[in-house]
Design a protein around this ligand. Structure first.
Ligand SMILES: Nc1ncnc2c1ncn2[C@@H]1O[C@H](COP(=O)(O)OP(=O)(O)OP(=O)(O)O)[C@@H](O)[C@H]1O
Ligand SMILES: [Mg+2]
Length: 246
């Protein structure tokens, strides 16, 4: 498999948070490849580094060591402006805490990625409303986040991550506030809308009810990937992590 077959390639990625009084090694040598067309789930106990890893993959956070490439691009060494443009075009991110803008209604929140990419506001909000309908919120497009339930806010966040048709969607616990049926509906939508042969989906989850949607599941513990389960029909090579001496 040549490098153009991969959405994401991580090699020996290390992240140490330094709070001044303490150093926390959040990632301790991550090796991971996610193929184009693949839905990869990341699981593992609280604090094992899942959010840190996907934040690096999405270019929201810089690693301290190692290499991470998204669609062949090394985000760490990009200029800030190029990185912003790359992320705006290619990446959709569903935050664990949703991160909706409180003063904007659902449709306005969802339209942000389109407006950043240059679409006129009215057209962007029309598109946002269509996507909100697809996540079951057609009747709440003008509601503020504070007027929505946790599960409804989560679906607004998912619609916002999908609206600009990014090539890589990264979701942090996207079904944590959803009931079984809504969770399945959202997962089916994510797979249907987001997953094409030239795209990929990375989903952090504790939710065993959605494991069946994954092509592969990578298990993390203590800053490392300790096991990868799932289909090998994409002929992916996976290298077990080598522990850093740090
Ligand atoms: N900004 C930060 N400053 C210092 N330490 C941090 C920071 N963010 C995360 N950490 C630490 O890094 C480690 C990994 O955190 P991370 O948020 O990636 O875990 P997680 O697997 O997503 O956990 P959860 O399942 O609870 O969301 C934890 O020990 C955490 O306390
Ligand atoms: Mg987390």
């Amino acid at each position: 498999m040549d490098s153009s077959s991969f959405a994401v390639r991580c090699r020996n990625v290390i992240k140490v948070y330094d709070t001044g009084s303490q150093k926390v090694t959040a990632l301790n040598g991550i090796n991971l490849e996610i193929a184009l067309g693949e839905l990869m789930m990341l699981v593992g106990p609280s604090g094992c580094g899942k959010t840190t890893l996907i934040s690096i993959i999405a270019g929201i956070l810089d690693q301290d060591d190692g290499y991470c490439e998204v669609f062949g691009e090394d985000l760490l060494n990009m200029s800030i402006q190029r990185k912003l443009n790359f992320r705006a075009r290619n990446i959709g991110f569903v935050f664990q805490a949703f991160n909706l803008l409180p003063a904007l209604n659902a449709a306005e929140n969802v339209s942000i990625p389109l407006i950043i990419n240059g679409m006129k506001r009215a057209e962007a909000e029309r598109k946002a409303a269509t996507l909100l309908e697809q996540v079951g919120l057609g009747a709440r497009v003008t509601a503020l986040p504070s007027e929505l339930s946790g599960g409804q806010q989560q679906r607004v966040a998912i619609a916002r991550a999908l609206v600009h048709s990014p090539r890589l969607i990264v979701c942090d616990e996207p079904t944590s506030s959803l009931d079984h049926e809504t969770g399945h509906r959202v997962m089916a939508l994510l797979k249907d809308v987001a997953l094409h042969k030239d795209r990929a989906l990375v989903i952090v989850t504790h939710d065993a009810r959605i494991f069946d949607f994954a092509d592969r599941i990578a298990k993390m513990d203590d800053g490392c990937i300790v096991e990868v389960k799932g289909a090998t029909n994409r002929n992916l090579s996976f290298h077990q992590p080598t522990r850093s001496k740090r």
